[in-house]
Design a protein around this ligand. Structure first.
Ligand SMILES: C[S@@+](CC[C@H](N)C(=O)[O-])C[C@H]1O[C@@H](n2cnc3c(N)ncnc32)[C@H](O)[C@@H]1O
Length: 495
């Protein structure tokens, strides 16, 4: 009983914190009925360190209380049926339901009318929306009448409803662009969870109990021998490639603003001398280096990725930072296999720039240890050549990934470094990794297995693969509270 009282008390004191900060700023705390508006002052205030830590605590503690009080047989049945929620989210998103309901306003819209507009079965739509409303996504404002709530309004795309409704599915994909950040977020959501990984997850058990070499859940689900990225590069999957590129950019929306620059979290980009080169290895459209170079325009950027991404990268940079392209401070290097072959020696090995920083965000988690080591070894080779040819050259690797903590407080584990993560742990009696308030790394870990036979690595594994490739893990900047979804920065020096 004492533990339960502690959980309630954590919720209560955290709520006091939130209330105090909001009243100091004369703002109302968003409720489930408040539409999500990422640019609103209240939403900004939710990123305040004290507030976001309090929110994490509330979510973690209430999740633990719910788990305690649920009948176990019901709890496990419900958890096993959650795939229906994923499928329902994909359905309402593809049918643009949140956009239709946004126009309907507070009184909502009857399922008959909604079904007619979305050209879908009214009764079934109502049943899907009721399932979601029961999970606090959408409201059933009157019998069979639904409206948006705070969570469902995150599905609203920035395009005019008529354009969305009149486009064929493929056209809708073409509409996706970097100008519409909220549409991009929906792409991120679907790309990350509700479509390809969703189908692959269904084959997880099959590949585990009757494994076939080189066959991942992805290969079974899509009946292909290609790797995920090869498959994505084929012309019939162009829309999914586009979704990945736009969606990767939108990962920012799950984070607090300017997270990459937080002193406690990140690599000190500001200390890099002018003319330093950031090499965004497997950079996609260069989302992360765009953010850094926009803040520090004296840094040059080289984005390396598959050739197919070149156009999308140019589109993003022309829109967000055209002067960097005009001033020839940004370059895209694309080949079929950039990631496994040494970056162009002419531009890097012999470059006289004071520093070359290889940035790898969401890259190594795509590859098994052997391939990850191979990627790092190629970068290490460049560092060696630079060292010989450029005096006092700095060459570092900055790996940006989620580093999942264990769900135990046991200290004997080698997987986490207690010194480095102690202050990031949740207070007792919460799970040390913040439980359901912090599930990102574990979902990603599953997706990496299903799609790529890879994983989210614990710190020790990074240390090992870096050492194998000739890099010394020099420093680690972990995320953790006051934010939950963030990434760690692992900085390596050539050994
Ligand atoms: C998960 S995305 C990460 C993109 C980017 N680093 C970011 O954080 O936004 C992985 C990237 O690796 C790229 N990639 C996959 N195979 C590659 C290869 N053989 N050569 C170069 N890039 C590759 C993909 O095209 C994709 O853009």
């Amino acid at each position: 009983m004492e533990q339960l009282r502690q959980l309630v008390s954590l919720i209560s004191t955290s709520l006091d914190t939130v209330e105090e900060v909001f009243s100091r700023h004369n703002l109302a705390v968003p409720t489930l009925d408040t539409a999500y508006d990422p640019a609103s002052p209240a939403e900004e205030l939710l990123s305040d360190p004290a507030v976001s830590t309090a929110l994490l605590t509330i979510v973690a503690a209430s999740g633990q209380l719910t788990a305690t009080f649920r009948k176990p047989t019901i709890a496990i049945l419900n958890a096993a049926a959650l795939f229906n929620v994923s499928a329902a989210i994909r359905t309402v998103s593809e049918l643009h339901v949140a956009n239709v309901l946004e126009e309907a306003g507070a009184q909502g819209m009857h399922a008959e009318e909604l079904g007619a507009i979305c050209k879908t079965d009214a009764l079934h739509t109502a049943r899907i929306l009721r399932l979601l409303a029961t999970h606090h996504i959408f409201n059933e404002v009157a019998p069979d009448t639904f409206g948006n709530n705070r969570i469902s309004s995150a599905l609203v795309k920035e395009h005019p409803l008529q354009d969305l409704l009149s486009s064929r599915r493929d056209d809708a994909f073409q509409m996706r662009s970097y100008e519409s950040e909220r549409t991009a977020f929906v792409d991120f959501l679907l790309g990350r969870s509700s479509e390809v990984p969703f189908k692959c997850a269904a084959y997880g058990l099959d590949t585990l109990i009757s494994p076939i070499p080189d066959q991942l859940p992805f290969n079974r689900a899509y009946r292909t021998t290609d790797t995920f990225y090869e498959w994505l590069s084929s012309s019939e999957n162009e829309h999914l490639r586009r979704r990945l590129d736009v969606g990767m950019r939108a990962t920012e929306q799950t984070r607090i603003r300017d997270e990459i620059f937080r002193a406690f979290l990140g690599f000190p980009w500001s200390n890099l001398p002018p003319g330093s080169i950031l090499v965004d290895v497997g950079g996609g459209v260069g989302s992360v280096t765009l953010q850094i170079a926009t803040r520090y325009p004296a840094l040059r950027v080289i984005v390396q990725d598959l050739e197919q991404v070149a156009e999308a990268a140019a589109e993003l940079w022309r829109l967000k930072f055209p002067s960097h392209i005009e001033n020839q401070m940004m370059e895209f290097q694309g080949t079929v296999s950039t990631i496994f072959s040494p970056p162009q020696p002419a531009t890097l090995s012999s470059s006289t720039s004071p520093a070359v920083i290889f940035v790898l965000r969401y890259i190594l988690h795509n590859w098994d240890d052997l391939r990850a080591i191979s990627i790092l070894k190629h970068l290490r080779a460049v560092a060696a050549t630079r060292k010989m040819s450029v005096k006092n050259a700095i060459t570092k690797v900055v790996i940006i990934e989620t580093v999942p903590a264990l769900a135990t407080r046991t200290r004997s584990s080698v997987h986490i470094d207690p010194e480095e993560t102690a202050e990031l742990r949740a207070p007792e009696p919460l799970l040390p990794n913040w439980g359901i308030a912090n599930t990102e790394a574990y979902f990603l870990d599953m997706a990496m297995h299903q799609l790529a036979g890879a994983r989210e690595r614990p710190l020790e594994s990074y240390r090992e693969i870096m050492r194998e490739a000739g890099w010394k893990l020099e420093s680690v900047f972990h995320g953790g509270p006051p934010v939950s979804w963030e990434l760690s920065h692992l900085v390596g020096d050539p050994m």
